[in-house]
Design a protein around this ligand. Structure first.
Ligand code: HEC
Ligand code: HEC
Ligand code: HEC
Ligand code: HEC
Ligand code: HEC
Ligand code: HEC
Ligand code: HEC
Ligand code: HEC
Ligand code: HEC
Length: 458
């Protein structure tokens, strides 16, 4: 069948650079006086796919050349070959490895599912942005096909965007994420200046310097509308120089650079202007800078797991690991844990499937430690670390109970030994602290005990 080739001579071979695109990718928009695409078959529902399948030049990429260059290096641009090279490609596999109604607003078979054409191979722009014909024939503000940042009601079966492909027992990223803290919004933190950068998706994007537009953005001005920490808050949807297509690296031990620690570091050290205790102290704890330091205390005391050589992936080294869960008896595949519950040691049921906690240490899975420890060794190390800290917690707790309550006055503008020691006690009791850095926690508790005895003559 002969189809028309569309030409675009909006501005004959002119170069238009739009300031609005300077944001993330230094986007340059170019109009070219040449054929961009053949008219799509009616069944494709206006999805355009590739201008050139061989060169992986997406129709959109003729104008959005910056995004095209970024995307072509991403795994999404290799999804079709990845499938074929697996050796067990079947027809039902193709939907998640091509451009069609998955991942965008289309609801009827479109693109590859409707036509099977090669131009729809791979996860292209339209997979997330939706059909492009309307915008490409009239590229204006009114026609821009925005992509969604939200993930819809995953538990209710109405997941959208990334959740339509990164789903199912083999890739349950969406399901695991939905049961993690990152899918939750703490209401009073979401609407407060100074809290929203870590507690909402839109606030985090702001903090990360991403000021682009997406489907939900216009609605987020309403106080009850927020984005949680969804996939594309951590991942750059177009590709990135960092592993896992992340917006920031996970292997740099720095509060300013590390993806996780940019958020997990609100109050690891005491803030003399408030009587409040630790708040997401995980980053500073791992890096050995957390806690109240009495005058003679020498730090930082970096943990084994905070070292780039012993645990290069740092937080993600324990909290974001994938592993397969098989039936103990039959050995049959049950579930791929993707690490997107973000739990280092999730509670598990009899089959080894992650469930909501809390639970005793021996009812948890240590599968995500096995790159370095056997599961039983990891459990033993955790028990030992906790046992070494427990008596210090008990001792400091009973000493602080003897201290005059005036020493804890939040309004006296004095940060006392008692208040500092209480901070260290709360740090030791924060879930995860002991595994994050038993050396620092023991040192802080010992130093606090000595200081409290000395200062208050106990
Ligand atoms: C013929 C050139 C051209 C093609 C092809 C093209 N775009 Fe655009 N696109 C533009 C221009 C020009 C704008 C700026 C519109 C405006 O702000 O007035 C734009 C804006 C956008 C925006 C919004 C940016 C913002 O600041 O709000 C998105 C998203 C977008 N395009 C996605 C796509 C996708 C996806 C495709 C492929 C289906 C595509 N574009 C194909 C020229 C093009
Ligand atoms: C149309 C289905 C589809 C949609 C929609 C989709 N993905 Fe993917 N994604 C895939 C497939 C298939 C792969 C594997 C490609 C390969 O490795 O060959 C993949 C790979 C990835 C990877 C792996 C990168 C790596 O280095 O291993 C990341 C990260 C990712 N996707 C994130 C996202 C995010 C974030 C979204 C939503 C903004 C999204 N994806 C939307 C199908 C999809
Ligand atoms: C529900 C959507 C979906 C279906 C159906 C699907 N995949 Fe995938 N596939 C994905 C996603 C998402 C990824 C990337 C996630 C990851 O890295 O774990 C992926 C990754 C892969 C990869 C790794 C690619 C690489 O380059 O390393 C292979 C191979 C693969 N899939 C093969 C298959 C085969 C074979 C089938 C059919 C039996 C299939 N897929 C069906 C969504 C799907
Ligand atoms: C995996 C999903 C996904 C794919 C594939 C994808 N995008 Fe996007 N795109 C998004 C999301 C989500 C956003 C908003 C967040 C951001 O900018 O990082 C976005 C933002 C944009 C913007 C910025 C809008 C603005 O306000 O400046 C443009 C332009 C754009 N995409 C074009 C493209 C083009 C062109 C391609 C293909 C070369 C593409 N996208 C591929 C999901 C995707
Ligand atoms: C809090 C940040 C965060 C969020 C939110 C997040 N991820 Fe990830 N993701 C990571 C990290 C960290 C890795 C590990 C990267 C590495 O080891 O290099 C990862 C890895 C991946 C991979 C690659 C796995 C592989 O086989 O290499 C895929 C695919 C992925 N995520 C998809 C998703 C999807 C889909 C969502 C939303 C449902 C999501 N992620 C939400 C942080 C996040
Ligand atoms: C944008 C900020 C942000 C980033 C980036 C981020 N987190 Fe979080 N994280 C949070 C917030 C906020 C919560 C608390 C959510 C709640 O409980 O309502 C949280 C909760 C958690 C929890 C508690 C688990 C749970 O389900 O309650 C773990 C573990 C965690 N994050 C690990 C990580 C790791 C590992 C990374 C890096 C891969 C990371 N986070 C990146 C903000 C962030
Ligand atoms: C620098 C980032 C950051 C800022 C700013 C921040 N938080 Fe948090 N907050 C976190 C992280 C990360 C967690 C989850 C880890 C944890 O609980 O240790 C958390 C946990 C919480 C929790 C416990 C959530 C739960 O489900 O248990 C509450 C409540 C909270 N924050 C409220 C606030 C309020 C109110 C503000 C503003 C005054 C604020 N946060 C500012 C990062 C931050
Ligand atoms: C040695 C492995 C390891 C490393 C590295 C690690 N964690 Fe943990 N983390 C744990 C364990 C184990 C727990 C306790 C989980 C439990 O209760 O089962 C934990 C607990 C947590 C919690 C509290 C979870 C909850 O549900 O209350 C958060 C938040 C957390 N870690 C975030 C981080 C961040 C952020 C980093 C990087 C700065 C990090 N962790 C590094 C192993 C690790
Ligand atoms: C990338 C490697 C790596 C991973 C992953 C890892 N560890 Fe470790 N861990 C080490 C090394 C190295 C040591 C120090 C030598 C030793 O005791 O075996 C250590 C020591 C420990 C200690 C003793 C205290 C300390 O910090 O030296 C505990 C407790 C521990 N690990 C728990 C865990 C748990 C729980 C997990 C999984 C959630 C885990 N580790 C994952 C490398 C790792």
């Amino acid at each position: 069948m002969l189809r028309n080739r569309r030409r675009f001579a909006l501005l004959p071979v002119a170069l238009v650079v739009l300031g609005a695109f300077a944001g993330c990718t230094d986007e340059t928009i170019v109009f070219r006086d040449r054929a961009l695409f053949e008219d799509p078959l009616p069944a494709a529902l206006s999805f355009l796919g590739y201008t050139s399948t061989e060169d992986k030049l997406v129709v959109c990429g003729n104008c959005h050349i910056g995004t095209q260059a970024q995307w072509v290096e991403s795994e999404h641009a290799d999804a079709w070959n990845g499938l074929q090279d697996s050796g067990h490609a079947q027809e039902f596999c193709e939907a998640c490895h091509t451009v069609n109604e998955l991942g965008n607003v289309a609801t009827e078979p479109a693109g590859h599912t409707a036509t099977g054409e090669e131009r729809y191979y791979d996860v292209q722009c339209e997979s997330c942005h939706g059909e492009g014909l309307t915008h490409v024939t009239d590229p204006s503000k009114e026609t821009v096909p925005l992509a969604a940042m939200g993930l819809g009601d995953i538990a209710g079966g109405a997941g959208i965007a990334c959740a339509q492909c990164h789903t199912g027992d083999h890739h349950p990223f969406a399901q695991e994420w939905a049961s993690s803290g990152h899918s939750q919004i703490v209401g009073f933190a979401a609407n407060r200046e100074g809290c929203e950068n870590c507690h909402t998706g839109e606030g985090a994007l702001d903090m990360f310097g991403v000021n682009t537009n997406y489907t939900e953005k216009a609605d987020l001005d309403a106080p009850d509308q927020h984005l949680s920490i969804t996939c594309a808050v951590c991942h750059d949807p177009h590709g990135s120089e960092h592993s896992g297509q992340l917006r920031f690296p996970i292997d740099v031990p720095s509060e300013e650079v590390n993806l996780c620690i940019q958020c997990h570091q609100k109050r690891g050290r005491p803030d003399p202007t408030t009587f409040r205790g630790p708040h997401s102290p995980e980053g500073p704890t791992l890096l050995g800078t957390a806690g109240w330091w009495p005058p003679d205390f020498t730090g930082p005391i970096v943990s084994t797991h905070g070292s780039e050589t012993e645990n290069p992936r740092l937080c993600a080294g324990c909290h974001v690991n994938s592993y397969e869960i098989t039936d103990e008896v039959s050995g049959e595949f049950l579930f791929n844990a993707t690490g997107h519950r973000f739990e280092a040691t999730p509670c598990v049921d009899g089959q080894g499937l992650p469930i909501d906690g809390p639970c005793e240490n021996d009812a948890k899975s240590y599968a995500s430690c096995t790159e370095c420890h056997s599961e039983s060794a990891a459990l033993l190390l955790v028990d030992q670390a906790e046992a070494s800290v427990a008596p210090l917690i008990a001792e400091l707790g009973s000493l602080l109970a003897l201290v005059d309550s005036a020493e804890f006055d939040p309004d006296d503008d004095v940060y006392t030994v008692a208040e500092g020691s209480r901070f260290n006690l709360e740090l030791a009791e924060t879930n995860g602290s002991i595994v994050h850095n038993p050396f620092l926690i023991r040192a802080l508790l010992n130093a606090s005990i000595a200081e409290v005895r000395d200062r208050y003559g106990l």
